[in-house]
Design a protein around this ligand. Structure first.
Ligand code: C2E
Ligand code: CA
Ligand code: CA
Length: 402
C-alpha cells in the first residue's frame, strides 16, 4: 500500500492540471521500477496499491519499496516549476501476515499508517504490534473527540515561584485528561493527536477559556502562563480568538504570558509573527519555552520580541553532576540578562539546583521542589500554606524562607 503526501500542496500552489501531471509522472516512474513483476493500481485520491505475485525473499519488496520512495522524492517538472511528493509504503506478506484479502488490505493500511506517522523510515512491514499501536491511537482519537465535545479536558496549575522573593507569582496551565477506559493520557500524547486531526483549535480555546475563568479567582498580581504549540501558531486567527476569550472572561491581557517553543520561530511562519505581534499589542507577554532544545539561531529568536526565556528541564536536572549543564545554564542566564529578559528554570527538583540558579541570577523557578501541577481547587490550600509557612515546598522540602 502506497500513500502519497504533497498532492494538496501542488494543487494549492500550481492547480489541478499540475496534480494530474505529477500523478502521471509518478505512475510512470513506479511502473518503470515495478517492470513486469507486479500489478499497480491507483486505489484512492492519494493511495496506490501494488500486488507482487511472488517474491524470493523479504528483501525483494523492501528494495522495490525503497526505490519507489526515492523516485517519488525526486522533483517533478510541471509547467509552472517543479514540485515534490513524498511516498510512504506499508508492506504485508501472504500467507505470513494472513490469507484473507480483506485482512491483508487492512494490515497493509496499518503498516502504511505507521510508515507515514513514523517520519523517518518511510517503508514499514506489518508487525502484529502495529495493530495494537494503531488500535490504541484510533481509540484515543475517538475518545478525544468526545472529550472535547463534553469539555472535560481541564487545566491544572503549576506554581511559578520568584527566586528573589521565594513566593508564588503565577501559575502555568497544563492540560489534563482523565479517560474512563484509557486512564490518564498525558498532553505529550493527546496534543499532537489533536494537532493532526484539526481538533487543536477547539481544544486550545476550551482549555484557555477555563484557565482564564479559574485565574480570575487568584490574587490580582498573579500571572497565568499558557502553552501554544507551533501548529496552533500557523493559524493567523489565533490571536483574535485569544483576545476575545480574554474579553469574555474579563481576564486582563497584562496578566497573561503565552509560552511558545523555538520551533515556532524556525518554521518560516508568517502567521506566527502576526499572532505574536497582535498579542503583544494587546499587552500579552511572550515566553520562549524549552529554550535550548531546538535549533533556532539567536538572531531568529531576537527578531521576535520576547519577555522571558524558560530554561529547559534537561539542563536544570543535570546541574548537580554535569559541568556542561552548568556552563550552558549560566550562558543562557547571561544572554537573558543582557537583553533584559526574565528567566524561568523548569523542572527544579532539588536544593543544589536551586542554589546554583539563584547564584547565577535566574529570576523564577518551577518544579517539584516547589510543587507539581495542582487542580484549580487545590490553589487556595497552596496559597494558605505559603502564607503560614513561607513559600510552597513539597512536603519535606526545606522551608526556603528560613
Ligand atoms: P512544558 O510546557 O514544558 O511543561 C512542563 C512539563 O514538565 C509539564 O508536563 C509538567 O508537569 C512537567 N514538570 C513540571 N515540573 C517538573 C519537575 O520538577 N520534574 C519533572 N520531571 N517534570 C516537571 P506535562 O503537564 O505532561 O506537559 C507536557 C507538555 O505538554 C508541556 O511541556 C507542553 O508543551 C504541553 N502542554 C501541556 N498543556 C498544554 C496545553 O494546554 N496546550 C498546549 N499547546 N500544550 C500543552
Ligand atoms: Ca510550558
Ligand atoms: Ca517547557
Amino acid at each position: 500500500m502506497l500513500g502519497l503526501d504533497g498532492l494538496k500542496r501542488i494543487k494549492d500552489t500550481h492547480g489541478h492540471e499540475a496534480v494530474d501531471r505529477a500523478l502521471f509522472e509518478l505512475a510512470t516512474r513506479l511502473i518503470d521500477i515495478l517492470r513486469k513483476d507486479g500489478f499497480l493500481a491507483r486505489i484512492g485520491g492519494d493511495e496506490f496499491g501494488i500486488v507482487l505475485p511472488s517474491i524470493s525473499s523479504l528483501e525483494d519488496p523492501a528494495n522495490l519499496a525503497r526505490r519507489m520512495v526515492a523516485s517519488a522524492a525526486d522533483t517533478f517538472a510541471i509547467e509552472t516549476g517543479a514540485a515534490g511528493l513524498s511516498l510512504a509504503i506499508g508492506i504485508v506478506i501472504a500467507p505470513l501476515d494472513g490469507v484473507n484479502p480483506h485482512e491483508l488490505v487492512r494490515r497493509a493500511e496499518r503498516a502504511l499508517y505507521r510508515a507515514q506517522s513514523d517520519g523517518r523510515s518511510r517503508v514499514r512491514f506489518f508487525e502484529p504490534d502495529i495493530d495494537i499501536h494503531v488500535e490504541r491511537r484510533i481509540n484515543i482519537e475517538r475518545e478525544l473527540r468526545s472529550a472535547i465535545a463534553a469539555d472535560i479536558i481541564e487545566p491544572h496549575y503549576q506554581p511559578v515561584v520568584s527566586l528573589e522573593s521565594n513566593r508564588i507569582v503565577g501559575f502555568e496551565a497544563l492540560a489534563r485528561w482523565e479517560n474512563r477506559t484509557l486512564g490518564h493520557i498525558p498532553p505529550d500524547v493527546f496534543i499532537p493527536i489533536a494537532e493532526e486531526t484539526g481538533l487543536i483549535n477547539a481544544l486550545g480555546d476550551q482549555v484557555f477559556r477555563r484557565a482564564c475563568l479559574d485565574a480570575t479567582a487568584w490574587p490580582k498580581t498573579f500571572s497565568l502562563a499558557f502553552n501554544i504549540s507551533p501548529v496552533q501558531l500557523r493559524d493567523s486567527a489565533l490571536g483574535g480568538r485569544i483576545i476575545s476569550i480574554l474579553e469574555q472572561t474579563g481576564f486582563s491581557p497584562c496578566r497573561l504570558e503565552i509560552e511558545i517553543t523555538e520551533s515556532a520561530f524556525v518554521e518560516r511562519n508568517g502567521a506566527a509573527k502576526t499572532v505574536i505581534d497582535e498579542l503583544r499589542q494587546a499587552g500579552v507577554r511572550i515566553a520562549l519555552d524549552d529554550f535550548g532544545t531546538a535549533y533556532a539561531t539567536l538572531s531568529q529568536l531576537l527578531s521576535f520580541r520576547l519577555d522571558r526565556i524558560k530554561i529547559d528541564r534537561s539542563f536544570v536536572s543535570h546541574l548537580d553532576e554535569s559541568t556542561d549543564s552548568r556552563v550552558i545554564v549560566r550562558a543562557i542566564l547571561d544572554i537573558a540578562k543582557g537583553f533584559g529578559l526574565r528567566t524561568t528554570a523548569e523542572g527544579v527538583e532539588d536544593e543544589g539546583q536551586l542554589v546554583y540558579l539563584v547564584a547565577n541570577g535566574c529570576t523564577e523557578g518551577q518544579g517539584y521542589l516547589f510543587s507539581g501541577p495542582v487542580q484549580a481547587t487545590g490553589i487556595p490550600a497552596l496559597l494558605d500554606r505559603q502564607a503560614r509557612r513561607g513559600p510552597v515546598t513539597e512536603d519535606g522540602a526545606r522551608n526556603l524562607h528560613a
